[in-house]
Design a protein around this ligand. Structure first.
Ligand code: HEC
Length: 113
C-alpha cells in the first residue's frame, strides 16, 4: 500500500514543480497577476464584518473605494498597536506588508457603497 502511494506523490510533486517552473519562466507578469489574486483573497477574509468587496451597510466601516494609502496606514497602526481597536489589532497581526498592500489596492479599486 505504501509502495503504491509513494510513486503517486512523487508524480504529483513533479507535475507541481514542472507547472510552477513553466509559469515563472514564461511570464514575468505572473507576479503582478498573483498580487491581484492575493488582494482579492485577503479581502475575502474581511467580508464577514466589512461586507462583500468591502461594501458595508452595518456598523463596521466600509472599505470599498477608500484611499489605498490610508487603508495601509490604518492596518499597520492596528498591527503595531498604535490605533485603538476591539478586534482589528488581533486580525492585522496575521498579515504581511505585501498582503496588506494587496488587500488595500483591491478595496481601493472597488466601488464605494
Ligand atoms: C471580525 C470582524 C472583522 C473582520 C473579519 C475584519 N474587520 Fe476590520 N474592523 C472591524 C471592526 C469592529 C473595526 C473597528 C475597529 C475595531 O474595533 O477593531 C474594523 C476597522 C477596520 C479598519 C479601519 C476603518 C476605519 O475607517 O476606521 C480597517 C482599515 C479594517 N478594519 C480593515 C480590515 C481588513 C483589511 C480586514 C481583512 C484582512 C478586516 N478589517 C477584517 C471588524 C473586522
Amino acid at each position: 500500500m505504501v509502495s503504491r502511494f509513494v510513486p503517486n506523490v512523487n508524480r504529483l510533486l513533479a507535475r507541481f514543480v514542472a507547472g510552477f517552473v513553466l509559469v515563472c519562466a514564461t511570464a514575468t507578469c505572473a507576479a503582478a497577476a498573483a498580487d491581484k489574486d492575493i488582494g482579492r483573497d485577503v479581502a475575502a477574509n474581511c467580508a464577514n464584518c466589512h461586507g462583500t468587496d468591502g461594501r458595508n451597510h452595518a456598523a463596521t466601516p466600509s472599505l470599498a473605494g477608500r484611499d489605498k494609502a490610508e487603508l495601509i496606514r490604518q492596518m499597520r497602526e492596528f498591527r503595531d498597536g498604535t490605533r485603538a481597536s476591539t478586534i482589528m489589532q488581533q486580525l492585522a497581526r496575521g498579515y504581511t506588508d505585501a498582503e496588506i498592500e494587496a488587500a488595500a489596492a483591491y478595496f481601493a479599486a472597488q466601488k464605494a457603497p
